[in-house]
Design a protein around this ligand. Structure first.
Ligand code: SF4
Length: 365
């Protein structure tokens, strides 16, 4: 047992989906995973490639060199391609499209955030398990970026299929919202303006295009108040102008057949609402009397790694032999950090000079 009660974001998703699957797989429960590692998916490979594409430490490198590394990251993450031969064509098309609309500078990619969960019932205190361990929520946001008005945004890269989902469904999606909440918890005084959904359609059926060669149109400036991305012109803002008021910020959507970028400003109420829901869920998770019943649903069970032991339990059998033969303890080895993965430390409180500045109407969290 660790000194802390660790709640990775994936374990929370599992808890909200099916308590039996959560009980078998969660870090603080039976902590099991299949012995056979699941193959990487197209979404994994796209995220790996975009983590290199938006890597802050290489933001002012020669684009040709960066794109070569991005393609390598994609192929390394998806060695067998799994029949997804269109993946590289999609990425090349993205490299042609993205520089025209990227108007932020990356601050950190895949940086772990680990925060204690405050207890809304006891202001000033954090949630603890019955054995007295502080509950830590942990995740690895895809990208933290800053815009020309010095507002921070959490970016989630998504590989989708079929028609674009309604924007209001994106607003209900909690993973990216949780990153805003967690970063604000980790860095008191920080205000994250909202979430950006960066979507690529896997079934867009794009024809192959020539490898992209983005022209550098600006020079990265990190002195004073200037953050200018290297591959596109920076958004202009009046010196000294106040950032857009929270209530007036609007949803922005840029899309083609294959790509969509949705920028969703988030209010302080949305962020604190996530924290309250998380605390309520933690209260249930740490309850020793919690009943871990199964929640079958064909789409959910089709993807479940615990289908065989679940069926055995439903039949009244003891799943112990199945679990011993097919599963092993989950590994919790720390993921090594990447030099240059952040333009400022996310662990020591160091931050750009505008960090403590709060937007007008930004609330008083
Ligand atoms: S197979 Fe379905 S019901 Fe059983 S644990 Fe998995 S998700 Fe839950």
């Amino acid at each position: 047992m660790g000194l802390e009660y660790v709640l990775p974001a994936g374990d929370r998703d599992s808890f909200l989906s099916c308590r039996r699957a959560w009980d078998l797989g969660a870090w603080e429960r039976r902590n099991l995973e299949p012995r056979e590692t699941a193959p990487a998916t197209g979404a994994d490979a796209v995220r790996a490639a975009l983590a290199v594409y938006y890597f802050p430490g290489m933001w002012d490198w020669q684009p040709q060199l960066v794109l070569r590394l991005v393609r390598t990251a994609f192929l390394d993450a998806l060695p067998q391609r799994h029949g997804w031969d269109d993946g590289l064509a999609l990425l090349e098309a993205y490299f042609h499209w993205a520089p025209g609309i990227d108007d932020m500078s990356p601050i950190a990619v895949t940086t772990e955030v680990d925060v204690r969960v405050p207890d809304p019932a006891n202001p000033g205190s954090d949630m603890v398990s019955p054995d007295g361990r502080a509950v830590h929520y942990r995740d690895r946001p895809h990208l933290l970026a800053i815009d020309a008005d010095h507002r921070y945004w959490m970016v989630e890269h998504r590989l989708t299929r079929g028609p674009w989902r309604a924007v209001e469904l994106l607003r209900l999606d909690e993973r990216c919202l949780s990153w805003c909440w967690a970063f604000e918890q980790a860095h008191p005084g920080m205000r994250v303006a909202g979430t950006v959904f960066n979507e690529l359609r896997a079934d867009a059926g794009l024809p192959s295009v020539a490898p992209a060669r983005p022209e550098r149109r600006g020079r990265l400036q990190q002195s004073g108040d200037g953050y200018v991305r290297p591959w596109s012109a920076a958004k202009s803002s009046e010196p000294g102008a106040e950032p857009e008021a929270e209530a007036e910020a609007e949803v922005e959507v840029e899309q083609t057949e294959a790509f969509r970028r949705v920028r969703l400003p988030r209010t302080t109420a949305e962020l604190s609402g996530f924290g309250e829901r998380l605390a309520a869920q933690v209260r249930e998770m740490v309850d020793p009397e919690l009943v871990c019943y199964p929640t079958p649903a064909s789409r959910r069970c089709a993807r479940c790694a615990f289908r065989a032991p679940c069926l055995a339990m439903n039949a009244g059998a003891d799943p112990a032999r199945l679990l011993a033969a097919g599963y092993r303890p989950r590994s919790h080895d720390p993921v090594p950090g990447q030099l240059g993965g952040g333009t400022w430390s996310t662990g020591r409180g160091a931050a750009p000079p505008t960090f403590g500045r709060r937007p007008a109407g930004g609330g008083s969290r």
